[in-house]
Ligand binder design. Structure first.
Ligand code: THG
Length: 915
């Protein structure tokens, strides 16, 4: 029914649940009811549990939205997974909450459908992103660490989705997606739950963008996201939360242009004002949403944070007679993604895959992994991307390594390196469990290398189905039960069999299949090997003409194994091989991206001898090539090596030490810090002044770039890590200076205030300050005022930093600071987090405390401000400045009504940003 209806008209989704619940002013007791009286911690704010304790409230909200004309209502289950509920000690009740929520919404929707069968109402099972990310490490010292694994998350989602399906939802809506790996776990869970429950429902996805460049929190562009979820059977995709309708529009346009699905949008009621409230009126919001409709961008519209039934009621007028969006045609091209999309368009005739992160293919990489020198191992990956690799192959197959573990660690590390993670990865292993472990680490659409028929059709199909579920492209090696295909006939026989199975039985898109007809070594001295390259090239042509849509790849360096030690000849052989194979349609290859020999550069006499070998033109071809190889070896090799070593270091030449430090910070490059910092130590009076000078200038530059949308979060995090490394280099000097009484780093207490569980921003502040030599005492999230005060006294801290992302946190901060005043403390306070503002700090927080209370716009400012607060003279000057500034703000705003809203009103309008 939904499928039919959506073709006819634009559908209306409901508005926010949180905003509505806040209007009821429910107490802690309302949330708990009798039943959950004993559970520790605060329960107010745990909206989903109202499905059990105050279903009357949830029911009334559903009714209001249905009255306002919503075609689809969302269950009150945004946080009802065991992962999110752990914050409230409510994990055991997830199934029950989801079941109750789905049944409740179902009952009311059916009631409305019965009243007017012409307008059927639907229930969407709301599935949030949870409070943890699978793609990023919360531990700054260990970027390979994950607080949540793919499997754990998939299991939590399965529990939720099975209950939602059992409760009768019409669709599953995976919303507020901020990390595509989380979303992929949700999609896997959705498919499995639907199979288990024997009910297939449309799958709706909704992303939230986190920065002005339109990337997700985990750093993907929307196009990269679309590639990552392309495998799923998706009904609609869209955007919610993030911004108001107006700011969301360019991103919605991006999605609508590419996504072959129906498009949904449910923005916030404008942007939050300085008090953290959404004050766009229903009229204003409707006017902005009208543009979506007039331009044919959407099929489903609704509201997120700050919207109520008054907003949703406006939509009826707008959709009348409006033309729904017509989904884009699915792309014919292969899509891959890292943080960015790699669309394999016909103009790209060849995709080079970097071969160097392979323990079997590089002695250096093997040694680095063996010695756990991951940092340096990553530079190999980074270098390949810089050298132009469009994809990087990762292989950890070595008898003495735990390949599952190493694959996981390395892929997690890559995920923290935005200039590497930009490109898709190729997970290379001959062991299935290694491949599967790798698949659970990448948010992008990657390539599995490889599967084959060597252990029979059954296992091949099983692996192919799994690959499809994870949503990747796949390399199929030309192996079968009889072994490796080494002739033209065997190659095409196996590839066509595999093609049939994959496209007909497993349902693979041909674009996602990449055949590897086996590049085998030639000129080995064994006669049977002489035709290997010819057979590969011939098979390539046949595959491209007959197995339509599929690609052809190969491990090019295998070809020249018998010329090991003679890199020039090897590179020249590869160039010749590729020249002929690409002409036949080979469109991908695992190669050394730094290779510099071009087909056209090879001298005619050498070329002739290489072509004799590659094309198998004469029986003595191998010997004749060996002759030339010996002659050429010495001079060519030394030239080649010298040129390659210098090319990527141009940023180090003719630049000042300040420029180099800034470049290293912005790019997150740690390799030359030692050298550059030691140079700086000779020029600056002491180590701390280097931190406060060039390093902070670099961080500020990063802050500016981030603000302008030219950097995204993972890059900033990486920058912070580099900063940390720089500080580690300076640490011994700072210690020494401290002895002499020169250094002044202090003790900082950080906490996300009670009622709030968000800590990404706070963690970044922690890193930045720790990097600047401050000792950090991080009390975590949901920290009550008394604990902050008590710890501040016991630990004799110098500064207290309070963080919060949701509106109630503003109020809580006032409370914390009041308590600090009452305890007679004189410790300066830093205020930060998404809903905080200078205005709110001036109006509400600073007045209740005599010591400085400073609003921090972003993490990059903290160290600088802290440094001023630590010095008694500077602090006095700073405090005066602040007082004057706050005073002015108060004067100016005494007349502006919305911003002098009382705390009582703020309480009433309290809402959850993740709603
Ligand atoms: N098909 C597919 N995947 C593959 C291969 C293939 N993966 C692995 C391999 N073959 C492709 N990768 C490499 C990587 C390096 C080398 C060859 C193939 C190589 N390395 C140098 C050597 O062994 O002489 C090592 C040099 C060094 O130690 O630095 O040649 O065919 N699907």
């Amino acid at each position: 029914m939904l499928q039919e209806l959506i073709q006819k008209r634009i559908l209306v989704l409901d508005g926010a649940m949180g905003t509505m619940i806040q209007q009821y002013n429910l107490s802690e007791e309302d949330f708990r009811g009798e039943r959950f009286k004993e559970i520790p911690g605060q329960m107010r704010g745990n909206n989903d549990m109202l499905c059990l304790t105050r279903p009357d409230v949830v029911e009334e909200i559903h009714r209001k939205y249905l009255e306002a004309g919503a075609d689809i209502i969302e269950t009150n289950t945004f946080n009802a997974t065991s992962v999110s509920m752990a914050d409230y000690h409510m994990q055991p009740y997830c199934r029950e909450i989801n079941l109750a929520a789905a049944r409740l919404a179902r009952k009311i929707a059916d009631e409305y459908t019965a009243m007017n069968p012409e307008k059927p109402r639907f229930v969407a099972g709301a599935v949030g992103p949870t409070n943890k990310t699978c793609s990023m490490s919360p531990d700054v010292n260990n970027p390979a660490f994950r607080a949540l694994t793919f499997d754990e998350l998939e299991e939590a989602y399965s529990e939720q989705m099975e209950a939602l399906l059992e409760g009768g939802v019409d669709t599953l809506l995976i919303e507020t997606i901020f990390d595509t790996l989380n979303a992929k776990a949700a999609i896997c869970a959705a498919e499995k739950s639907m199979e288990k429950m024997g009910r297939k429902v449309p799958l709706m996805l909704s992303v939230t963008v986190s920065d002005v460049a339109g990337r997700t929190l985990s750093g993907q562009t929307l196009e990269a996201f679309l590639a990552s979820v392309q495998h799923a059977d998706i009904f609609s995709v869209g955007l919610n939360c993030s911004f108001g309708a107006k700011q969301l529009k360019p991103f919605l346009e991006q999605l609508a242009r590419r996504a072959p699905y129906y498009i949904s949008a449910y923005p916030n009621a404008g942007l939050p004002n300085s008090m953290g409230l959404y004050d766009q009126s229903p009229e204003e919001m409707a006017a902005e949403v009208k543009e979506y409709i007039d331009e044919g961008l959407v099929n489903i519209i609704g509201g997120c944070c700050g919207t109520t039934e008054a907003y949703i009621a406006r939509y009826q007028e707008l959709i009348k007679g409006a033309r729904p969006h017509c989904p884009a045609a699915p792309s014919e091209n292969l899509w891959l993604s890292g943080l960015e999309l790699m669309e394999f368009t016909p103009e790209i005739n060849f995709v080079n895959v970097g071969e160097r992160c392979n323990v079997a293919g590089s002695r250096k990489f093997l040694r680095l992994i063996n010695e756990k020198k991951y940092e340096e191992a990553l530079t190999i990956a980074r270098q390949q991307v810089e050298d132009g690799a469009l994809v990087i192959d990762v292989n950890m197959d070595d008898g003495l390594l735990d390949a599952v573990q190493e694959m996981t660690v390395f892929l997690n590390l890559i995920a923290s390196e935005p200039d590497i993670a930009r490109v898709p990865v190729m997970i290379d292993s001959s062991k299935w469990e290694v491949i599967e472990a790798g698949l659970k680490c990448v948010q992008g659409k990657c390539i599995v290398n490889s599967i084959s028929l060597k252990e029979g059709e059954e296992l091949f199909v099983e692996h192919a189905r799994k690959v499809k579920r994870y949503g990747t492209a796949v390399i199929v090696m030309a192996f079968d039960e009889r072994g490796q295909a080494d002739t033209y006939e065997r190659k095409i026989e196996i590839c066509s069999r595999a093609y049939r199975i994959l496209t007909e039985k497993v349902g693979f898109r041909p674009q996602d299949i990449i055949f590897d007809p086996n590049v085998l070594a030639v000129a080995t001295g064994i006669e049977e090997h002489n035709n290997y390259a010819v057979d590969f090239i011939k098979a390539t042509g046949w595959i491209r003409r007959n197995l339509l849509g599929a690609h052809v790849s190969g491990g090019v360096s295998n070809l020249s194994f018998s010329f090991r030690g003679n890199n020039y000849i090897r590179e020249a052989m590869h160039a010749v091989f590729l020249y002929h194979a690409i002409r036949e349609g080979m469109d991908m290859g695992i190669v050394n991206p730094a290779a510099s020999v071009l087909y056209t550069d090879i001298p005619a006499d050498v070329l002739e001898r290489i072509e004799d070998v590659v094309l198998n033109r004469r029986s003595d071809a191998a010997e004749r090539l060996i002759e030339v190889a010996e002659q050429l070896k010495a001079d060519k090799e030394s030239k080649g090596a010298g040129a390659a070593a210098t090319s990527h270091l141009s940023w180090r030449e003719g630049t000042t030490v300040e420029e180099r430090l800034q470049y290293a910070l912005v790019k997150g490059l740690g390799d030359y810090l030692d050298e550059d910092l030691h140079e700086a130590l000779e020029r600056y009076p002491n180590a701390v002044s280097i931190i406060e000078g060039p390093l902070m200038a670099g961080m500020n530059h990063v802050g500016d770039l981030f603000g302008a949308g030219k950097m995204f979060l993972p890059q900033v995090v990486k920058t912070a890590r580099t900063m940390k490394k720089a500080v580690a280099v300076l640490q011994p000097y700072i210690e020494a200076e401290k002895e002499e009484g020169k250094a002044s780093a202090g003790k900082v207490l950080l906490a996300t205030v009670k009622g709030d569980v968000h800590d990404i921003g706070k963690n970044i502040v922690g890193v930045v300050m720790a990097c600047n030599g401050y000792e950090i005492i991080d009390l975590g999230v949901m920290v009550p005022a008394d604990r902050i005060v008590e710890t501040a006294i016991r630990e004799k801290v110098d500064i207290v930093g309070l963080s919060g992302l949701i509106t109630p946190s503003l109020e809580e901060m006032v409370h914390v600071v009041t308590e600090m005043e009452r305890a007679g403390l004189d410790i300066p306070v830093l205020i930060g987090g998404a809903t905080t503002s200078k205005l709110h700090t001036a109006l509400k927080i600073a007045p209740v405390y005599h010591a400085p209370v400073v609003y921090m716009k972003d993490a990059s400012q903290n160290a600088h401000v802290a440094a001023r607060l630590m010095n008694p003279d500077l602090r006095a000057v700073f405090a005066d400045e602040l007082d004057r500034e706050y005073h002015e703000l108060r004067e100016k705003n005494a007349v502006r009504k919305v911003q002098t809203v009382s705390m009582e009103e703020a309480r009433k309008n309290r809402l959850n940003l993740w709603d």
